[in-house]
Design a protein around this ligand. Structure first.
Ligand SMILES: [Zn+2]
Length: 401
């Protein structure tokens, strides 16, 4: 421990050279660790702490004159300070920092995240990756990958194992102290690696998330969405397709969510135009007795109804889905959906056609049957093109049927 007489001079602790205030006199630490691929700064600093024999990462940071909370929130000046201490590029350290941008908003390597998409205080890891790490070197070689921080990252693509969440940390252990926490639960992680059975389903979304976090691009138009929106879209689309529009995502297990996200990413397609056929599939599968867009699109409609419709980040999705709804569902002119107005009615149902043309529903139904007009667009429910049949319906011929 640093004594008062030591001031700002370098000192030895556990036979290693330390500098108490590196802002004034920065020299590298004698004992260091190497920054690993996609490692978060809190994982890196916590491993430095273990390597230097500190009981907690907070103690280590205090000795080094840095704020642990600034490491966790990815403050550039602090990470630069850490970079000086270990002779590592500050840019490399900062790259996979989960940076706080505002209330429940974060970025990683320029990708937007929210408290919904990132589980900040949970320590999640693949037990088999952990075992591989410590077999290669020593206990502090196990490091935290940035992708483990994402709630949508559920299966390790390398080992096909479900990501393990450790129990909550207990004071004074910081929830962000990766090396300290895995050390606390070493036996539990080893047991999980031993007992875990590989998942039968392939990791589909997980490689995509790594690609996004590392600044790469995929073949999908979903890359154009901010990552937090892409994750939510993929999940809700998959839930509706795989488990039905009536299903609430919160009722699904982690395995089911993983399955839904895989389906959602594949169904999104490579071009945004591919979405139209996916939306048609959802509408065809509808089991509602009347054509009702919101019921047919369940979780997807529910989510997009609640977002800020003037937010440009959602523009592409809202435009695409509202256009589909106006083209395929009985929305009247001027009806507002997701902040978009329906310019002209394109689809009628019996009620709306009856009101517009002054014909009873029973007569209207007979007219449709007699004319062999489609009684439905998607097998269930009655909806037909307003444009195609407007002249016939408005001609007065229908009253003679
Ligand atoms: Zn793994």
């Amino acid at each position: 421990m640093l004594s008062k007489t030591q001031g700002k001079q370098p000192y030895f602790h556990n036979r290693q050279l330390c500098l108490p205030d590196a802002r004034h006199s920065v020299r590298p630490l004698a004992l260091s660790v190497g920054l690993q691929q996609r490692e978060t700064p809190q994982s890196f600093v916590s491993r430095l702490s273990v390597r230097n024999g500190c009981a907690t990462v907070q103690d280590f940071c205090r000795h080094m004159g840095i704020k642990w909370t600034d490491v966790v929130t990815g403050k550039g000046a602090t990470l630069q300070h850490v970079g000086f201490l270990v002779g590592t590029s500050a840019d490399d350290l900062e790259r996979f920092a989960v940076k706080t941008q505002g209330y429940q908003r974060y970025t990683v390597n320029g990708q937007a995240l929210t408290s919904w998409t990132t589980r900040r205080q949970d320590l999640r890891l693949c037990p088999a990756c952990y075992v591989e790490d410590i077999q290669q070197d020593c206990a502090d070689a196990a490091y935290g990958r940035v992708e483990w921080q994402l709630s949508g990252f559920r299966i390790c693509p390398r080992h096909s194992l479900q990501i393990l969440t450790l129990p909550a940390s207990e004071y004074p252990r910081s929830p962000y102290d990766f090396a300290g926490r895995v050390s606390d639960h070493h036996q539990r992680i080893l047991a999980a690696a031993e007992e875990a059975k590989p998942q039968t389903q392939q990791a589909v979304v997980e490689p995509y998330l790594i690609t996004r976090l590392t600044g790469g691009s995929s073949a999908s138009w979903v890359d154009r969405l901010d990552l937090d929106i892409a994750c939510k879209f993929i999940m809700t689309l998959g839930v509706v397709l795989e488990f039905g529009a009536h299903t609430r995502p919160t009722t699904l297990t982690e395995e089911q969510m993983s399955q839904a996200c895989g389906v959602g990413l594949q169904a999104a397609g490579s071009r945004i135009d591919d979405l139209c056929s996916t939306f048609e599939l959802i509408a065809k599968r509808s089991t509602t007795s009347a054509k009702n867009f919101h019921k047919d699109f369940g979780a997807l409609s529910c989510w997009l109804s609640r977002v800020d419709h003037s937010d440009a980040r959602y523009e592409m999705l809202l435009d695409c889905l509202s256009k589909f709804a106006f083209d395929h569902y009985p929305f009247a002119s001027g009806h507002n959906l997701f902040g978009r107005d329906c310019a002209q009615r394109k689809v009628h149902n019996l009620v709306s056609a009856s009101a517009e043309f002054g014909v009873t529903i029973s007569r209207l139904r007979k007219f449709l049957i007699a004319k062999k007009l489609p009684h439905n667009t998607f097998d269930i429910g009655v909806a037909f093109s307003a444009e195609q049949y407007r002249n016939e319906l408005g001609s007065g011929l229908i009253t003679r049927i």
